[in-house]
Design a protein around this ligand. Structure first.
Ligand SMILES: [Zn+2]
Length: 73
């Protein structure tokens, strides 16, 4: 049970297994497949808002870096 919190991903709603993925991957892919139980997660933007919300925490640091860049125009 030593899962790295730094690794971006979501928990499979079917088996609870951690599915490593990235914001970018979620945004471009339509379906995310759990390698543990084979469950297909449909990446509907509205339905997956909770999952994306979790990932946005991970992505937040990166956004802050981007905002700093914009800030300095
Ligand atoms: Zn699963």
């Amino acid at each position: 049970m030593t899962r790295s919190n730094r690794e971006p991903g979501i928990s499979c709603p079917g088996c609870g297994c951690f599915i490593p993925t990235t914001i970018t991957e979620l945004l471009v892919t339509q379906t995310l497949i759990c390698y543990s139980c084979g469950l297909e997660l449909k990446m509907d933007r509205k339905a997956s808002s909770k999952a994306l919300g979790l990932l946005q925490k991970v992505n937040h640091a990166q956004q802050m870096v981007d905002e700093k860049s914009k800030f300095h125009r």
